[in-house]
Design a protein around this ligand. Structure first.
Ligand SMILES: Nc1ncnc2c1ncn2[C@@H]1O[C@H](COP(=O)(O)OP(=O)(O)OP(=O)(O)O)[C@@H](O)[C@H]1O
Ligand SMILES: [Mg+2]
Length: 851
């Protein structure tokens, strides 16, 4: 094995669970199994080192300047990558020293140019409790708390981490307790990391405080152990002091409205798609705002004062288009300062991160001033000062920077006199050389003498062969070409030395200044972070204000009742996607006054039941975010959690049957709903036989209704008409249905909710609209009549009634007849008529089985 490969193996052995990216010049190379893995995942060529030898070593590589995109794909596929850099300059003789400088993992991955936001969760199961710490690597926000198991799991699931850190030995328990996170990347950490006394003192030392209680967390709380584990992990993988993490905030038990991952997915809250709530609400100008908006959508608030504080600002912004425009313009200039700060503190920063901070800080005074003009907005302004740092960066960082510091040009002219003088020397080199050439020509009288420079041989004076003999005495021969001789003089030699050192001098000076800038940024990390947060909050609220104004949203009144009263509500996403066809608004009307808590919604397929249900959930989410909602008016009592059981998504991948998933989700709801929960049930029981399904649906409603003091608000859409009887049997239940109009040409969906059970299903009408052949429809109608008449118990008998059974024959025959009936002979050319006859003859012969 060559020394270089030995070096590779040495590092690979230290990081066996990572792919090793081994820097070789302009490439990162991988060898052995890593090369095979990377070539398969990244679709890059697998070659081999030492091609001719017998023991070929698989090898694959990616260019260093585009490494981010490859890393992104590996991380998305769940891999960890150790980056092994060259740490000495190659001299062509000895082996370059290399060392792993960071580890890229799903939770720590912060690419420069994408929305990727690394989210790490650390969790510790202890008895009936679960302690969690949630770390947002991009913003440095760290939160932690200890909860009863179920509460902890739902907070964890709502956070949707990219990576979960567990105490060694708790993986099995994690899988069992958090089924929705089974596909999440997990890392086992040592017990010691989680132990509260050590962990707390470690954090206190880091932040230079005497006790975590200053931040509202008990030093003995296992949550402190989880918090320390998360921070340590980030520092360990990034080989840095994560100085952008400046505090831990306790997660209060009733701080957020909880939306588990299942519900987040069911409601399409933040998917990439153009049907997500995020897509409708996002008018953010900055990546920081987008990140915050996503957070707000998935973790709405559960505190009326906090919700109203946001509403006040949204109202202010919604009502003032000029303020929105001014603020929007300023925010549009801001870039992802939060992430750049994180990248710099985590040693992944590049000059462009410095530029991002400079450009963004530059807008801060104006943004602060604008916010200060308004009472509501002024509450957001952070108490910190970044003007000095901004001035430093304005003076020191160039207006456009290269990707790497070593390319030079990061530091602005005028900042450092020594750097400037080297630069002007370097810039003046060509004019100096021209003047030198002119002077030498005059001195020697040789007209075709030339002065020049070449990368390999350096500076020279060139005289064509014929005149070479006339070279002045002080010319020293340097090189002989075919047609010319090259010389150097002492003066030119001195100039050459100066020029060569200029380059390394300039680089050294730039590096020194840059290191000072990094230090200045780190010293102000907390202020930068709070400012970034301020910009993100403003941006998010501005976005909500703009959408509220443009879409005609209203401010919901929030209180401690159990009301859910919404007048003329619209579905925020469907109303946008419908385009010209207006969305038909509908009401919700649960109030303490009318005592309604459960609505059974029936009505034909396609009538809008599911839309109505999702609308309720989305409006609840929006209202608790502090957003305005698509309605005329609303009064909503605080909700602690939205549960959904909606439709069958494909769960085969998880190895569970559709019905099993349906029941697991239902069980979860029945166990954990409280009197403040909002529950959306769309066709529970559908996945099994009619009677099983009906019985389950019926008892679910009974159960939810029966908990007198813990009656949640429930919207239940169903095709089981039998359920409508419940409203007569039990209090608090109301029957709603979607209105339809019947006409000669079939049913028309009015999409309007009526307070009455629907009379029947109209399934056959929908089948007709969908183009099911008329013969099948007729047979269905016949059967339906029989079922209804005889009572469904006798359906076995019906099934075996052969004389009415439908065959493929009828369907085809009917198609021929339909076509014939539809044609208009008077308006056909003889040719078209002939064609029709031929075709129908063919069809009929097929139907009748002629060969
Ligand atoms: N209030 C409304 N205004 C306008 N269009 C609506 C409205 N509600 C629903 N729609 C339209 O009707 C379509 C069908 O709605 P939805 O899926 O909610 O019906 P459904 O009653 O749940 O049907 P199924 O019983 O088959 O599940 C939606 O895709 C939407 O485009
Ligand atoms: Mg539906």
């Amino acid at each position: 094995m060559t020394p270089m490969l030995e070096q590779y193996v040495h590092w690979k052995d230290k990081y066996p669970d990572c792919l090793l990216f081994f820097r070789m010049g302009d490439f990162y190379e991988m060898f052995f199994e890593d090369a095979k893995t990377a070539s398969a995942v990244l679709d890059i060529t697998l070659t081999s080192r030492s091609k001719d030898s017998e023991n070929q070593i698989p090898m694959a590589g990616v260019p260093f300047h585009s490494v981010d995109s490859y890393l992104g794909r590996l991380v998305a596929a769940g891999y960890r990558v150790a980056i092994c850099e060259q740490i000495t300059e190659p001299d062509g003789r000895t082996l370059v020293e290399r060392s792993v400088t960071r580890i890229v993992t799903p939770g720590t991955w912060l690419p420069e140019n994408s929305d990727g936001d690394g989210k790490i969760a650390a969790c510790l199961f202890e008895g009936k409790n679960l302690s969690v710490a949630l770390l947002d690597s991009a913003s440095g926000a760290l939160r932690a708390g200890t909860f009863a198991l179920e509460g902890g799991v739902s907070i964890l699931s709502a956070f949707a981490p990219n990576e979960v850190l567990l105490r060694r030995g708790q993986l099995e328990q994690f899988r069992k307790s958090c089924p929705s996170l089974t596909s999440c990347n997990t890392v086992e950490r040592d017990k010691g990391d989680f132990s509260p006394p050590q962990a707390s003192s470690w954090l206190c030392r880091k932040w230079n405080i005497s006790s975590l209680s200053a931040m509202g967390l008990d030093d003995r709380d296992a949550a402190a152990g989880a918090a320390a584990t998360a921070v340590k992990y980030l520092e360990e993988t990034q080989f840095s002091k994560a100085s952008h993490i400046t505090a831990v905030t306790p997660i209060l038990p009733r701080e957020n409205l909880i939306l588990d991952q299942n519900t987040q997915a069911n409601l399409e809250l933040i998917d990439q798609s153009t049907t997500s709530l995020f897509w409708v609400l996002n008018r953010c100008r900055t990546p920081m705002g987008k990140r915050m908006l996503k957070n707000w959508i998935t973790s709405p608030l559960q505190d009326i004062a906090a919700i109203e504080a946001r509403q006040d600002i949204v109202e202010r912004l919604a009502g003032d288009p000029r303020l929105r425009a001014r603020l929007g313009e300023l925010l549009a200039g801001c870039r992802d300062m939060g992430k750049s700060l994180s990248r710099i503190t985590l040693n992944m920063g590049s000059p462009s991160d410095m530029l991002v901070i400079k450009e963004t800080l530059n807008f801060v005074p104006e943004i602060r001033a604008l916010a200060a003009e308004d009472e509501a907005l002024a509450t957001l302004i952070p108490d910190c000062d970044t003007t000095e740092l901004a001035a430093l960066l304005m003076a020191a960082v160039a207006d456009s920077v290269p990707r790497f510091l070593r390319d030079g040009g990061v530091i602005k002219g005028g900042f450092d006199a020594e750097l400037d003088s080297w630069r002007s020397k370097a810039e003046n080199s060509s004019s100096w050389l021209a003047a030198f050439e002119e002077a030498e020509r005059a001195r020697s009288g040789i007209k075709n003498l030339k002065a020049g420079v070449n990368k390999v041989f350096g500076y020279y004076i060139e005289i064509p062969k014929g005149n070479a003999g006339r070279a002045p005495m002080n010319y020293i021969r340097k090189q002989t070409l075919v047609n010319a001789e090259r010389f150097i003089t002492d003066e030119l030699k001195a100039f050459e030395r100066e020029m060569f050192s200029a380059e390394s001098e300039m680089l050294a000076i730039e590096e020194r200044i840059y290191a000072g800038l990094v230090e200045a940024v780190l010293a102000q990390a907390a202020a930068i972070q709070r400012t970034a947060n301020f910009i993100a909050e403003l941006d998010t609220l501005l976005s909500l204000g703009a959408v509220a104004a443009e879409q005609g949203y209203c401010r919901p009144q929030m209180d401690m009742s159990k009301d859910f009263v919404v007048k003329n509500a619209r579905h925020p996403v469907v109303e946008v996607t419908l385009g010209k066809n207006p969305f038909t608004p509908n009401d919700f009307n649960f109030s303490d006054e009318n005592g309604r808590r459960i609505a059974i919604i029936t009505g034909p397929n396609m009538a809008g039941k599911s839309t109505y249900l999702r609308m309720a959930a989305l409006i609840a989410v929006m209202a608790h975010m502090g957003s305005f909602i698509p309605a005329e008016s609303a009064k909503i009592g605080l909700i602690d959690r939205v549960f959904t059981r909606i439709g069958a998504r494909d769960e085969l991948a998880r190895g569970q049957s559709t019905f099993m998933v349906e029941m697991v989700e239902t069980a979860n709801i029945l166990r954990h709903a409280t009197d403040r929960s909002l529950i959306i049930l769309d066709e529970v029981g559908r996945g099994t036989s009619t009677y099983d399904g009906l019985s389950i649906a019926w008892s679910v409603v009974e159960f939810l209704q029966g908990q007198e003091h813990a009656r949640p608000r429930v919207f239940f859409a169903t095709h089981y008409h039998e359920l409508t009887q419940l409203a007569e049997l039990l209090p608090g239940i109301v029957n709603l249905s979607m209105g339809v109009e019947e006409s000669d040409r079939g049913v028309v969906f009015l999409h309007k909710i009526v307070e009455a059970p629907s009379d029947r299903s109209y399934g056959i009408e929908v089948a007709r609209l969908a183009g099911v052949p008329a013969a099948v429809l007729r047979r269905s109608e016949e059967l339906l009549a029989t079922f209804e008449e005889r009572g469904a118990e006798k359906n076995e008998e019906v099934k075996s009634s052969q004389q009415n059974q439908l065959t493929l024959f009828d369907v085809r025959q009917e198609a021929v007849l339909e076509e014939l009936a539809a044609c208009d002979p008077n308006n056909m050319t003889p040719m078209a008529a002939l064609e029709l006859v031929c075709r129908l003859r063919e069809e009929s012969r097929k139907v009748l089985g002629f060969k």
